[in-house]
Design a protein around this ligand. Structure first.
Ligand code: UDP
Length: 241
C-alpha cells in the first residue's frame, strides 16, 4: 500500500480547477474527478485542508480594471471562493468524505467561522477542512491564504495543483520550446528569478515560515496521491529535498 510522506497537507486548488474546459463557472463533473483523488488520499490517513480560489467566478483586479474600487472588487472575489468551497463540500460529502467549511468572512448560515484550533481539531478527527473567504482582507490572494493557513495549522507541505502545467519552468512552456522544468528550487530563487509560482506576498510568507510547496499538474489522474506519497513529479520549492 502507498505510504504517505506527509501527515498534514494544504491542497491549493485554483478557481479554474472547478471550472472544466470553459475556464468559467462551476462544473460538478470536474469537481468529481478531484474528489475521487482527494478521497483516495484521505483513505491513506492524511489530514487534508483545502484552500480554494475564486478566479473561475470573479477576480478583484478585473473589477478594478472595469472601474470598481479595488477593495470592493476583492470582497466579491472572496465571496466567489465561498461558492466554490460549498460546491466542493457538496461533492466531497456525496462521496462520504466528512468535511467542514471555515470562512474568514463571517457567514454563519453557510459555514463555520475560521477558528484555528477548531480547524486543527477537525483535521485530527479526519474531516477535510475547506478554507473559504480568502484571508478576509482585500489586496491578498488565495495563494497567500494557503501559505498563511499552512503556517497556522503546521501543515507539512502546500500542494499547488496547477491546470495543465506540470511544474515550474524557466520560461513559459506554451510559448517557448526551450523552456526547462526545475525539479527543486528555493523560495528565494522563485522570488529573485520572478518565477510565476505564487504571488510575491505568498512566496515570502512561505519562505519566512519554511513551508515547502510542490507544484504539480492536477489534470493527470492520480497525481495528488503521487505527490502525497513523495513521488518526484512536479517541482519542489523550499524544504530540504
Ligand atoms: N481575494 C482577496 N483576499 C484574499 C483572497 C482572495 O481579496 O485573501 C480576492 C481577490 O480579488 C482575488 C479573488 O478573491 O482575485 C479570487 O482569489 P484568487 O484570485 O486567489 O483565486 P485563484 O486565482 O486561485 O482562482
Amino acid at each position: 500500500m502507498d505510504k504517505p510522506k506527509y501527515k498534514r497537507i494544504i491542497l491549493k486548488l485554483s478557481g479554474e480547477a472547478m471550472a472544466g474546459n470553459e475556464g468559467f463557472g462551476i462544473k460538478p463533473q470536474t469537481i468529481q474527478t478531484m474528489v475521487d483523488e482527494i478521497k483516495e488520499v484521505h483513505a491513506l490517513g492524511v489530514e487534508i485542508a483545502i484552500v480554494v480560489g475564486g478566479g473561475n467566478i470573479w477576480r478583484g483586479h478585473i473589477g478594478e480594471e472595469m472601474g470598481m474600487e479595488r477593495a470592493q472588487a476583492d470582497y466579491m472575489g472572496m465571496l466567489a471562493t465561498v461558492m466554490n468551497a460549498l460546491a466542493l463540500q457538496d461533492v466531497l460529502e456525496n462521496n462520504q468524505v466528512p468535511t467542514r467549511v471555515q470562512t474568514a468572512l463571517e457567514m454563519r448560515q453557510v459555514a463555520e467561522p475560521y477558528i484555528r484550533r477548531r480547524a486543527i481539531r477537525h483535521l485530527e478527527k479526519g474531516r477535510v477542512v475547506i478554507f473559504a473567504g480568502g484571508t478576509g482582507n482585500p489586496y491578498f490572494s488565495t495563494d497567500t491564504l494557503a501559505a498563511l493557513r499552512a503556517a497556522e495549522i503546521n501543515a507539512d507541505v502546500i500542494l499547488m495543483a496547477k491546470n495543465n502545467v506540470d511544474g515550474v519552468y524557466n520560461a513559459d512552456p506554451r510559448h517557448d520550446e526551450t523552456a526547462t522544468k526545475f525539479d527543486n528550487l528555493s523560495h528565494m530563487d522563485v522570488i529573485a528569478k520572478g518565477l510565476k509560482v505564487m504571488d510575491s506576498t505568498a512566496s515570502s510568507l512561505s519562505m519566512d515560515n519554511d513551508i515547502p510547496l510542490v507544484v504539480f499538474n492536477l489534470n493527470e489522474s492520480g497525481n495528488i496521491r503521487r505527490v502525497v506519497c513523495g513521488e518526484n513529479i512536479g517541482t519542489v520549492v523550499g524544504g530540504h529535498e
